[in-house]
Design a protein around this ligand. Structure first.
Ligand code: LFR
Length: 493
């Protein structure tokens, strides 16, 4: 039987992993072979990604494959969106890529709308939610600051493309990741020259867009030798991690909403056409690019970031809680004591997350959380209510009825939250795969190798290889009504 093996690198803002996916007949198996930490790095008041650290970790995984004689068919890389590296005319990486959590773009969209193009026009052209860290605003602000790497740059490469470039020496601009930049027209799927001009950069800064499944090139000779894996192709997968995750929703029909749950909670629907309307503009929903030319109509909700940051703080105090311990502590506490709006600007990158949560509660006349369990409860309940709010809007605009919510990504492992969400949204929650991003990444490689033909076949493959868990609502919404009203009052603009 023919066996194909793909190596999927899924690199998030806090950690990265290398997963080997072995395909035989109509099933696949997955094995995580390497995991490493990632994070933003402060240098002279600016925040960067240490791309060389990521590169070295990628090499470690390749060396492991070389040593273990794992014969790879191809490699694919997905990462978070919007950030990019700048390359000089001679191919040199000019600086570490700046990180989207750097506050350098705070207030920049407002300036851009005033001086360059109206907010409505930007939204109509791109369908992308306004977030200050979008590449459009990063580029504009870098220009304003005369940021020297941009002054000298011949090319900008989004992070997955940048890593593929380091591995192969070839440059591409992959569509799903480019779509997060707020520079792409979602109908033509090409860069919008007027937007680039408004940001002050040349249209030649970006390569022509390619679609998931395109071969970027082969590993450089020196890497092939050093790692021992040989001259294997690097595929431009759905380079945006959320697009890879959505590709891996285990479903056979379109009647679903998804929640890609990790550092961010990305909640939306998959559509054939963009939804760009007065309402989507008001609610700041985004139309990012998916595989097979689909649109990911979704909203960013600040997700486990709130808890991840609290956990780091508790760790610094010497208490390294596991998720199981946190949930046990939370279960001892009364529900709905305090709620926050996870998307409030104060949670984007605070000095101290617990202080930010307490401050939010004080400002909204609520009791501040006092124990670890109370913080966890506050975060989970606020997230569940955010999901209900977003789903209510999705139901209004979806061109099809929504029958269930698929929770994919690391958050799918949180049974407590899955059940709470099912109760709060009054729809079944289908949880898993928790490694959806790596699965989507590997399946796009499998498609490039001719093993599957489209996203529906990819999804059938997932269903026959993995079994998602289903949580049906067990409580009436009536019992959440008052708390939900309170939550809505905290999130109204
Ligand atoms: C998730 C994600 C989101 C994007 C955010 C910043 O990892 O890719 O989809 O909005 O990171 O790029």
């Amino acid at each position: 039987m023919e066996v194909n093996t793909f190596l999927a690198f899924d690199i998030g803002a806090t950690s990265g992993r290398a997963v080997v996916m072995t395909f035989s007949k109509d099933q696949f198996e997955m094995k995580e072979i390497h995991r490493f930490s990632n994070g933003i790095m402060e240098l002279h008041g600016r925040y960067y990604w240490d791309i060389y650290h990521i590169y070295k970790e990628i090499k470690k995984a390749l060396c492991y494959c070389g040593k273990e004689n794992i014969h790879l068919t191809s490699i694919g890389i997905d990462t978070w969106g919007v950030d990019f590296g700048l390359i000089g005319a001679d191919g040199v990486l000019l600086a570490l890529p700046r990180a989207y959590r750097d506050s350098f773009t705070e207030g920049v969209p407002e300036k851009f709308f005033q001086q360059r193009m109206s907010q409505m026009d930007v939204y109509k052209r791109t369908g992308i939610q306004i977030m200050n860290f979008n590449s459009l605003f990063q580029l504009y602000q870098m220009k304003e600051e005369h940021y020297s790497p941009l002054e000298q740059a011949a090319k900008a490469l989004f992070i997955p493309d940048l890593l593929s470039y380091l591995l192969t020496g070839n440059c591409v601009c992959e569509y799903t990741d480019a779509s997060t930049a707020q520079l792409v027209n979602p109908y033509t799927k090409e860069m919008d020259a007027e937007l680039l001009c408004a940001a002050g950069v040349s249209t030649s800064l970006f390569e022509k867009i390619v679609f998931p499944g395109t071969v970027v090139g082969s590993l450089t000779d020196s890497l092939s030798k050093e790692t021992g894996v040989g001259s294997i192709p690097v595929i431009a997968v759905a380079g945006h991690d959320t697009a890879s995750a959505v590709a891996a929703v285990p479903t056979t029909d379109r009647n679903f909403a998804y929640l890609s749950s990790g550092t961010w909670s990305l909640m939306g629907i998959e559509t054939e056409e963009p939804i760009i309307s007065e309402e989507s503009y008001q609610e700041n929903f985004t139309n990012e690019g998916g595989i097979d030319g689909t649109i990911r109509f979704l909203k960013n909700i600040t997700g486990m970031w709130l808890l991840e940051r609290c956990r780091e703080e508790w760790k610094r105090e010497g208490k390294d809680y596991s998720y199981t311990e946190l949930i046990a502590l939370m279960e001892k506490e009364a529900p709905f004591r305090s709620l926050v709006n996870p998307n409030a600007a104060c949670f984007a990158n605070p000095q101290n997350m617990q202080d930010a949560i307490s401050q939010f509660c004080r400002d909204s006349n609520q009791s501040e959380p006092e124990t670890v369990g109370q913080y966890v409860r506050c975060i989970f309940e606020s997230l569940a209510f955010s999901y209900r709010k977003v789903l209510t809007f999705l139901k209004q605009v979806a061109p099809f009825p929504i029958h269930r919510l698929h929770v994919i990504g690391g958050g799918a492992k949180n049974d407590f939250l899955n059940q709470l969400v099912a109760d709060v949204i009054q729809l079944p929650v289908v949880a898993g795969p928790s490694e959806a991003t790596a699965v989507g990444n590997g399946l796009v490689q499998a498609r490039a190798a001719g093993l599957v033909c489209d996203r529906w076949e990819m999804r059938r493959f997932i269903l026959s290889s993995l079994s998602p868990q289903i949580f049906v609502p067990q409580k009436e919404f009536e019992m959440y009504k008052d708390a939900y009203q309170k939550f809505l009052s905290l999130t109204s603009k």
